[in-house]
Design a binder for this molecule. Sequence first.
Ligand SMILES: Cc1ncc(COP(=O)(O)O)c(C=O)c1O
Length: 409
Amino acid sequence: MNRKEYKFLNNLIKKYNKSKDKKFYSLVGEPFTNEDIIAGIETLLSGRITMSSITKRFEENFAKFVGSKHALMVNSGSSANLLAFFSSINPKNYKRLHKNDECLIPAICWSTSLWPIVQAGLKPKFVDVSLDDFNFDLKKLERKITKKTKAIMAVHVLGNSTRMSNLMKIVKKYNLTLIEDTCESLGSIYKDKYLGTFGRFGTYSFYVSHQLIAGEGGMLVCNDKRDYEIAHTLRAHGWDRGLRKKQNTEFNFINSGFNLRPLDLTASIGLNQLKRLNKSIKIRRNNRDKILKSVMSSHKWKDQLTFLKPNKNLKPSWFGIPILLNKKYVKQKKKYLKKLNQNGIETRPIISGNFLNQPSIKLYKLNSKREKFPIAQEIENRGFFIGLHTKDIEKKEIIKLTNNLLSID
Ligand SMILES: Cc1ncc(COP(=O)(O)O)c(C=O)c1O
């Protein structure tokens, strides 16, 4: 692209930016830089549509970034979870999960952390979480293990994780398959190792508001070549295309399959964002520190809020600030959040709260014994999160945000 063309596109982007409805403190801030948008436009103009060399390059760079042998891009984080479970039950798999095997999952999870377990014919078994890190309570997790337990779906909540060394001891002791839903925690490092690379499969999402935003898209990572090849085949129709060295034009369907193919458009935006991911993580971390410092040193500070702390050995990659309201304000939570939102501060629940409360759980009779998950419930009652932007936060924004966050008596 020459300078004139580049200038023309920049002006066009400016024009559209002006007409956007901007909130004071949105969940995401500006998701795309001009370079992201131009990278996407160039890909479209080049006529590359799906899984060309740009997607391959994104996969390779992503695998390098997190330190995994293989990475496979798909059209969403949900699809990455689906692929992880369907690869795990596949007849070609050397260490296969079987129908009705139990899979442990935290009560604080996302819908599509859970449903691929059910869709793959496995039995989900819920475990309560810890108030310290919002992830599995590992003591409760170990108590739930039976002879039928064969897998664990860990869900790293909003950049945080459980004590991974302890979780890995349990995984090894009981010879379990670990899948890590890392859709909310790309870039978090536990003792030198990226979250998502501890288990057999790790999954990531590039949906809006996550650490890396491509609009849509997801990634599956694994270290075993056989796992990678199964997932690769299932991603697109059960076809062996792209697995052989020679360009093959045969219609050779060697397995069952889906169509979970990503677009080159999202791959090119993702690739561009990956280049500055470490910088974005650092800015978000600094912004969080500044906000927390301002709130907790304000004259209005009366311990109204508790901010989620990262686990001991974790270097977190946040995309939001998870918060618990002090117990005495719980009854006012709805009104408080409404006021924040009216003042332009977008909020969201901690993933989706206690997932056992969702109507779909009843529909599929997944908690017929009506087991209680008190900590997940407490997080649902008291918790919410606000965003963290990838631009340095300004002083006046911090002051306004502080005053709003502390506007509860
Ligand atoms: C923990 C978790 N898992 C999975 C997903 C699904 O990702 P996607 O929206 O890319 O399908 C999300 C989405 O927000 C999530 O938070």
